[in-house]
Design a protein around this ligand. Structure first.
Ligand code: SF4
Length: 694
């Protein structure tokens, strides 16, 4: 599609889309990329790629790119193009004025999972060291924060257990709330290959995704549960295993905390957790759940893979722990072919979490209240640091509306489009006195910004991304930044202008500082990455070449911890006014809110988001394929084109969220995970009617 003549040289770098983290050779002619060729030695992709990584990089030179800093006094004023020096000085002045008027904690920022580890690290450092508070959060808050919480609590590490290669040795794949052939295509193909080679597949998903039945692949079981009942299903699976004596007692006795296990065992064996007792809640026939549980427990190596259909619920963290319980009970952690594996959405979700972007944690997931850890950071950064956790993203919005949070630095994240309850987010942004957006395009959030700092595309970045298997990949600078400055340079200059001197000569110096301060990264350097291609953390003295598999012989936390996972239904209920449940997902050719892929030829394959609706629900409302429908929730309303589909069960509708026009988040609620505030994007009670719009 975008091939433009013969290349003269090439640079190996990493795809900036999904959490698979494919390596590519960017083939160049002069300063221009001619084509992207999947790199055969790429640790995550071994020469494979998908339509996003291979073709959808044209956005890097799209005419919408903003390459000069811009400022404006009020958001109703026109933008004024200024020098970097003026933009940074202006930002620092506004932020400092806000802090003088409203206090030290009245500003903060958000890091981006699209940016490199190095870029993320300097933003959280700026907030902690220059803003002098811990009001830093990451966009991973709204996707995989329950993964961090749940896996850390049960296993001791906020990350998946396996490398991608491990799936080749799995005998049973339990896929929950994920659609890898669309969202993680290269890994999805690897899963399909494993299934063609004999692995059995169990899918737990309200939607009949491609893997349930497509060419050469058919799931052994599709547990087509009602949205919001994941925990009931995982409890029912565990109940069968424990009451039918299918658990691995030796493994549990040797590797898990006996007190916590006994507590969980008593709970899970209760009749109320049986598939029969939960059938009415989940909508899944008990016999199907029993058969799936037996297959997972006795079919050989059992590997769990999951996505946002697990995490984006009011019980997202509970569900992650429920899957960890299941894996421990069946002895399915600590060797090839097993494990509990989050399929991370964005390219650097894992990395942005690892780099200390949470308001309560420094890099490597260490609490800001831990005096020893904080003093180490204070020594290296030569400044006093706050020991109180800061605000999470939703709390920042609430505080803004209340009038106590007045300034925000937004790194590469379109919060106005991607966060739930758009009306509330917009109100919060309007209420702030200084919104700074560092991005490639004037996105929806930039409509509320006073300062726009142009960012770099992945082709102009120098640093690292960490993929879903904890693999730290090099992102090499294919060409110089179009706006004349690395993102980390702009951030370091802003920190300096705020009164905290920050300087690095290049990105490798930032990685050296990360390694010095973060035990799991202690052995990582650009030199090593160039030598080995990539490494999976932990990479340190104990594992100088990294750690493909976690928890071999014992859990990182010591004894594995079973957690009682009581099913608590979401408060989002259907009723006569809102009788259907809306759930959301992705499509192969597009990526997240589409800021990048909509500016490439990929848009031709997916011009708009549509609403999938079951034929029966459509007929009741007089809806035909292709007619415009209005979707309303308790929060708001939007309009989409209907697509009649039997992929969804009756009573459930589905859409993607790649286009701002349809604005799915106009209708999603403010419900969130009890432990992490990850929004409950996957369950919204709605009504669907024929629209007046043509
Ligand atoms: Fe690989 Fe994901 Fe990029 Fe596709 S989008 S090439 S699967 S990293």
């Amino acid at each position: 599609v975008i091939e433009m003549g013969q290349p003269e040289h090439s640079v190996v770098t990493t795809c900036a889309y999904c959490g698979v983290g494919c390596s590519f050779k960017a083939e160049m002619k002069g300063d221009e990329v001619v084509r992207m060729v999947p790199y055969k030695d790429g640790g995550a992709n071994e020469g494979h790629s998908c339509v996003k990584g291979r073709f959808a990089w044209g956005y890097t030179t799209h005419k919408d790119r903003i390459t000069t800093p811009m400022i404006r006094e009020k958001i109703t004023d026109p933008w004024r193009v200024v020098s970097w020096e003026e933009a940074i000085g202006y930002t620092a002045k506004r932020f400092k004025a806000i802090q003088e008027k409203y206090g030290r904690t009245s500003i903060g920022g958000i890091t981006s999972s699209r940016c490199t580890n190095e870029e993320v690290f300097v933003v959280q450092k700026m907030i902690r060291a220059a803003f002098k508070n811990n009001n830093v959060d990451t966009c991973a808050r709204v996707c995989h924060s329950p993964t961090g919480y749940g896996l850390s609590r049960t296993f001791g590490t906020s990350a998946g257990t396996q490398d991608f290669k491990s799936v080749d040795e799995a005998n049973v794949l339990l896929l929950i709330g994920a659609n890898p052939t669309d969202a993680h295509p290269v890994f999805g193909s690897r899963m399909k290959k494993a299934i063609r080679n004999g692995a059995k597949l169990i899918v737990a998903d309200p939607r009949r995704i491609d893997l349930v039945e497509s060419a050469h692949v058919k799931a052994a079981h599709h547990l087509q549960l009602r949205p919001g009942t994941n925990v009931a299903i995982v409890n029912a699976l565990a109940h069968v295993i424990m009451t039918e004596g299918l658990e691995k007692r030796d493994y549990i006795n040797e590797r898990c905390d006996p007190v916590e296990f006994a507590r969980w065992e008593a709970f899970i064996k209760e009749e109320r957790n049986s598939p029969e007792a939960l059938e009415e809640i989940t909508g899944v026939p008990a016999a199907e759940v029993r058969a799936a549980a037996r297959l997972y427990a006795t079919g050989g190596n059992g590997a769990i893979y999951y996505g946002l259909g697990v995490t984006e619920h009011s019980q997202g963290s509970t569900m992650v722990m429920g899957m960890a319980n299941l894996a421990m009970a069946t002895g399915n952690v600590g060797r090839n072919g097993v494990g509990v594996n989050p399929l991370r959405g964005q390219n650097n979700v894992q990395g942005s979490c690892d780099m200390g972007s949470f308001p309560h944690e420094f890099s490597g997931y260490r609490h800001v209240g831990d005096d020893t850890v904080r003093q180490m950071f204070e020594t290296v950064w030569q400044t006093a640091l706050d020991n109180e956790p800061g605000l999470r993203i939703p709390n920042m919005f609430d505080a803004a509306v209340e009038g106590t949070y007045k300034g925000i630095f937004v790194q590469g994240e379109d919060i106005a489009q991607s966060d739930p309850n758009t009306k509330h987010v917009n109100h919060a942004l309007e209420s702030m006195e200084c919104v700074v957006v560092q991005d490639l395009f004037l996105n929806e959030t930039a409509a509320f910004a006073h300062v726009f700092l142009p960012g770099t595309s992945f082709l102009e970045k120098d640093g690292t991304f960490t993929n879903a298997e904890r693999r730290i990949n090099r992102v090499r600078m294919v060409k110089a930044p179009m706006q004349g400055k690395h993102e980390w340079q702009a951030v370091a200059e802003l920190a300096t202008a705020m009164g905290y001197p920050m300087h690095y000569n290049d990105a490798s110096e930032i990685m050296d500082e990360i390694a010095r301060l973060t035990p799991t990264f202690a052995g990582v350097s650009f030199e090593k990455l160039d030598l080995l291609g990539s490494v999976q953390w932990p990479c340190n003295d104990k594992a100088p070449e990294g750690t493909p598999l976690m928890h071999i012989g014992g859990f990182v936390r010591g004894k594995g911890r079973f957690v009682v996972t009581e099913f608590v239904p979401t408060t989002e209920r259907t009723n006569r006014s809102f009788p259907l449940i809306l759930t959301t997902g992705r499509i192969l050719s597009q990526y997240n809110v589409g800021a990048q892929t909509r500016r490439t030829d990929n848009v031709a394959w997916h011009k708009e988001d549509v609403l999938e609706i079951h034929p029966h629900d459509a007929e009741l409302r007089g809806i035909r394929d292709g007619t415009m429908v209005s979707i309303s929730s308790r929060i708001g309303a939007t309009t989409l084109k209907a697509k009649i589909s039997e992929r969804m069960p009756q009573g459930v509708v589905y859409t993607t969220f790649h286009h701002p026009v349809s604005g799915a988040n106009v209708i999603t609620t403010e419900n969130s995970d009890w432990a992490t505030n990850c929004p409950e994007y996957k369950v919204t009670a709605v009504q669907v009617n024929l629209s007046n719009q043509p």
